[in-house]
Write a protein that binds this ligand. Structure first.
Ligand SMILES: [Zn+2]
Length: 460
């Protein structure tokens, strides 16, 4: 489990760096740019991946070339930037059915396929997201400079669309409306192609509009960037209802996965109370029990949490994420070898083959500290990093494992890679230079170090 609690999102830099789970670059913070609480979680990533894959194919895009980024924010939001789809965890929590989230994703993929973000209106949004993404990858300065004439990137907040900022607002919204309608149409096409209903998309937008009208002010970022006057809703409704799939409901297994993800999000963003709020009607359902077990774990009661998660595993022994949470609980209880076994079980059951889980097995073994396990630990972490090199926290564990094996050069190289992935190029180059001296010229490690030393900007 790699989700962070909401309080971390606005925590100090030290707290964020200490938290194993936030993929946040120190450079973004140092330069005062907006930061996104990016989170990594194998279960939710796998779910959103399964939501987007068929839609991307229907849009003629290659799923392997589009990255999903989870933002741990309870506000309803989703957007695309470059080849990345960003989705707030709040969007999933707010969606009672998979279909509602899928609808929003289909709409965003409509923007992606239409190349909308490349056009005028998104110059601003782009400036903003490029800054964020750049921070994420640590390529801050170069990317921010690419958005020329945009002034202070840091100053662009959520008040952006209403503040004018040099662009005629009326023209802006007219332009936007066309794109929104196009994205809606594309979304319905993808949903039809994949045999899914467009009802969820409609419900999401209707819900947002209602909430917005009640509050009287447009404070919701998503609503601001997605103007949806009644006529747009009307057009969407007509389109959606034409579909033969309009009344089709999500498969029960998918609904369960969706609810388990919601329970986890609720637990991490408000504990037991939030879980009860979301699943109050049935406290004995798997999602409610799952949210309760995670809340207990987060409240610092590993013994009780372990009993609760074991009860869940007894009910659904094949669920990989129950084993993953069990591993997290065991780590908290100081039983790292048992945790490694639990993560290993999760890895075997995980159909998405998440690199995060693969690395977790190794990280737990490193924490266990047994010399005879270090080789396995290294193999596991390297396997995980191969499919998921952004998991920069894992490099620290890799360095520790190499350190224990007495392979100082490899340890320094792993540290250099970790700093690089975290966006700290200076430290990365220092460690790469140190490592390089310990390898034969032109050996693979020597070249890996050379790569870090000589690369000037982003290597993504
Ligand atoms: Zn849109």
């Amino acid at each position: 489990m790699k989700l962070s609690a909401a309080r971390w999102a606005r925590g100090t830099l030290a707290a964020i760096l200490a938290l194993a789970t936030l993929a946040q670059a120190p450079t973004a913070e140092a330069q005062g740019r907006p930061r996104l609480p990016i989170v990594r979680d194998a279960e939710i990533e796998s779910l959103v991946r399964d939501y987007t894959t068929p839609l991307l194919k229907a849009a003629g895009l290659s799923p392997g070339r589009v990255e999903i980024v989870l933002v741990n924010d309870l506000a309803f939001n989703a957007f695309v930037a470059g080849r990345r789809i960003f989705i707030n965890t709040g969007t999933i929590l707010d969606s009672e059915t998979p279909n509602e989230t899928i609808g929003v994703l289909a709409h965003e993929i409509g923007h992606l396929a239409g190349g909308h973000q490349e056009r005028l209106r998104d110059q601003i949004a782009r400036a903003q997201t490029i800054a964020i993404v750049a921070g994420l990858l640590g390529a801050g300065v170069a990317a921010a400079g690419a958005v020329s004439g945009s002034g202070s990137v840091a100053g662009m907040g959520s008040g952006l669309m209403t503040s004018g900022g040099g662009i005629a607002q009326r023209g802006l919204f007219a332009y936007q409306r066309t794109e929104e309608t196009t994205a809606d149409r594309s979304a319905v096409t993808y949903l039809n192609k994949t045999g899914q209903s467009s009802k969820g998309l409609l419900q999401s937008f209707e819900g947002l509009m209602r909430a917005n009208m009640l509050s009287g002010v447009t404070r919701d970022r998503y609503v601001t960037s997605h103007p949806a006057p009644q006529e747009r809703i009307g057009t969407l409704q007509a389109l959606a209802q034409e579909s033969p799939y309009y009344n089709k409901v999500d498969p029960p297994a998918l609904q369960l996965r969706h609810d388990l993800a919601r329970a986890k999000i609720a637990a991490y963003n408000g504990g037991a109370g939030k879980v009860r709020g979301a699943f109050g009607r049935d406290l004995h359902s798997l999602p409610a029990l799952y949210g309760d077990a995670i809340s207990t774990h987060l409240a610092g009661s590993p013994q009780i949490a372990l009993q609760k998660i074991d009860a869940l595993i007894a009910k659904a022994p094949q669920n990989p994420w129950f084993h993953e949470v069990r591993g997290e609980v065991l780590m908290a209880a100081g039983r790292s070898e048992d945790a490694a076994a639990a993560f290993s079980r999760a890895e075997k059951l995980d159909p998405s083959k998440s690199g995060l889980i693969q690395a977790s097995v190794g990280q737990a073994l490193v924490t266990g500290g047994r010399d005879d396990k270090m080789k396995t630990a290294i193999a596991q972490i390297e396997r995980g990093l191969k499919s998921d090199p952004d998991n920069y926290n894992a490099y620290q564990f890799l360095a520790m494992a190499y350190g224990r094996m007495g392979q100082v050069g490899d340890a320094e190289l792993a540290t250099a890679e970790g700093y690089w992935q975290g966006g700290n190029f200076r430290q990365a180059k220092i460690f790469a230079a140190r490592a390089q001296g310990k390898f034969k010229p032109n050996s693979p490690q020597w070249r890996q170090a050379q790569d870090i030393i000589t690369t000037k900007t982003s290597r993504k």
